[in-house]
Design a protein around this ligand. Sequence first.
Ligand SMILES: *Cc1c(COP(=O)(O)O)cnc(C)c1O
Length: 404
Amino acid sequence: MSASVIDFIATEARFGARNYEPIGVVLSRGEGVWVWDTEGNRYLDCLSAYSAVSQGHCHPKILAAMVEQAHRLTLTSRAFHNDQLALFYEEIAALTGSHKVLPMNSGAEAVESAIKSVRKWGYEVKGVPDGQAEIIVCANNFHGRTLGVVGFSTDPETRGHFGPFAPGFKVIPFGDAAALAEAINPNTVAFLIEPIQGEAGVVIPPAGYFTEVRELCTANNVMLVLDEIQTGLGRTGKLLAEEHEGIEADVTLLGKALSGGFYPVSAVLSNNDVLGTLRPGQHGSTFGGNPLACAVARAAMRVLVEEGMIENAARQGARFLEGLKDIRANTIRDVRGRGLMLAVELHPEAGRARRYCEALQAKGILAKDTHEHTIRIAPPLVITGDQVDWALERFAAILTQDFS
Ligand SMILES: *Cc1c(COP(=O)(O)O)cnc(C)c1O
């Protein structure tokens, strides 16, 4: 590494809170599936900023929409109307089949907003006694980093020494419908769950699980809240991951790729009266629904559909998964994925996944380890078949080495 690269890394370490441990590469440019470091080395981005850059880095049409809007109007606050919000509502509702939309900024804010909304719905519509609402969540969940959200995490790293936490959450195992049936009581207002647990290592629930979940929620008047912040907007090869399960959530959370990585934009979508319980003054955000965010999100949704990225995710995801499964290496314990949300789980004896990610970096691929032994693979949805093959060659070369 050159002196300037070491300087960037050292300066970050000196001044920044050490809440991340990045791989030793300093990026300065991106285009499509590629990113370049400060020394001009090119990498295939197999993380896509945790799926926020699904449309590819610096997509020209999203960029144009952002620049055009930035010249005209960026922020009005919701004290006034702006000429982008209505169009954003119309387009996201049409795309997802939702009736009501609550625009926010980060994913965690969308989760917090959903929790507030379903509790309010519980008290005002379902008739739960005030202060008694319960929300069921899953073990190994990841829903963000705010205090409310980490309070119901089961990861000691995520929660440790951040308490005390808000009550009202019950944790059950992921993929276990019987546990859900048992956990529901008259005060249950919602079941909050990821269709595929991304941060936990791309954990796909058993077939039929979500059909049972949907039935249990409907039978008990419990709102099914699907956190599609990572799985949504084409990542799994469908617009929403719920489509693989043949169900519809009551509340859907989107974020990340909703802006194609240009700007934080998230949304709570609802197909019933959950969001209808919010009245003026009861919830808000200075930046939520601002015209710049809306213009960027509109372009990000448009290119996703117009450029066939969702179909491409299905096609290239299948190719990538098959290619990974074909790699014969005794370092590999499991390969799994849906669409372009993939993971290679290593045998514990094979050494930490981080070492493999560092070796991949040297070969021109940026991927991220999760939970010690899993390499997560989530390239932009614009990846081509040739690029998948190029990546597979490098994965094969690295996975057949032993870094234990
Ligand atoms: C990333 C993520 C979040 C949190 O989004 P932020 O924008 O980082 O707050 C919530 N849920 C899931 C499933 C995520 O992947």
